[in-house]
Design a protein around this ligand. Sequence first.
Ligand code: ACO
Length: 431
Amino acid sequence: MANDDVAELKIGSKVYPLPIVAGTIGDEGLDIRKLRQDSGYITLDSGYGNTGACKSAITFIDGEKGILRYRGIPIEILAEKSTFVETSYLLIYGHLPNKAELSDFSNKLRYHSLIHEDMLHFYDGYPSTAHPMAILSSMVCSLSAYYPDSLDPKDPEQVDHLIPRVLSKLRTIAAYSYKKSIGQPVVYPRNSLRYCENFLHMMFAVPSEPYEVDPDIAAALNMLLILHADHEQNCSTSTVRLVGSSDANLFASIAAGICALWGPKHGGANQAVVEMLEEIQRNGGDVQKALALSKDKDSHFKLMGFGHRVYKNFDPRAKVIKAQCDTLLGKLKKADPLLDIARRLEEEALRDPYFADRKLYPNVDFYSGVLYRVLNIPINMYTVMFSLGRLPGWIAHWREMHLGGDERIGRPRQIYTGTVEAPYIPLMERR
Ligand code: ACO
């Protein structure tokens, strides 16, 4: 080490200085941007497990200690005291809104809740079996067709114009896709309702009878969305940043994030967890069988909702959600056999050296699906709910990247392992 700010990399007899980049807290990094230019070497890190792609001031995670903070505020405090709308503002604009800012932001969310009436016809083109994530991603991308004059990511005014629109309309699109999937008429938003209440209203009201939003259900949803609102450079957020780095518009970038979230290794895990718990229930509740299968490398089965790239300790979000499951079921005087299976599975896994040695703990998805069940959210909507929650995080990162100034198009390198040079063989001569 030459000094505290620079590390040295020795390759053969040559020494290359690598500036050390330190954040306010947490990881320190080696700036390798000039390494290839100076030495001809690149770094190889499949899955980017050891690669910092950007500097960011939005969310801090200490995976070893199980800490998660948005703009410095612990997630547990936000889950208890904040609202999803306030937390969205915090993530996107960097500070808790004052009264005027919050009221202005909330009003904008309220008044942009409708989608263009023509978009309702889009739903008719999907088969009734379409997964709502397929509908959501394409509908969000289609929103760009309705705002051709506001798509410049470099114009802060245009970006501010779009932010409340995408936050409000994605919620409407999500609820409508559920209504369409069950053959009910869409229920228009009611702007006198708060953000989560309005979503529940669009999901569960029908034109033929009155519908009262249960305040406990709305509060639980509010908390769930806060807990999902950001998680720094995860797969979907990195996708949003990568797509956005080409100057693709906000809607296109968010649509790409939705697609990345869909996979069962990421946001799709909440649906996969409940399907796994149902399978265990059908098989008589034998959690050991599922554990054994997840440890068998030939099975390609993973214990869904367990393990995390960053957390090597309890995921703080899982703790809050588990407690909320107990509270809400108590309030509603309900029991859920799947929650009992989940608890047993967690207990057994935490006792098992396979999981302990690999530091595999329940992640956010382990109990969120169970809680969505309690909220009566249908299983194929779980990942849509995750998208709704993660939306402010995606927006915050996309905005930070464009305002940050040191943005370059995302373009990783590779180590080529293919044929060096091959002849072109005419078709008739090929075997
Ligand atoms: N069940 C069984 N074994 C597991 C699990 C699991 N859920 N997760 C990791 N492992 C094992 C791996 O097989 C590997 O074992 P090995 O060392 O013997 O080869 C070891 O633990 C390390 O795991 P990696 O695959 O290196 O962990 P990685 O960081 O690449 O993956 C991931 C993290 C994708 C979350 C993984 O743990 C997983 O697939 N979990 C189940 C799916 C899930 O719950 N996803 C949601 C994540 S949270 C979110 O995105 C919102």
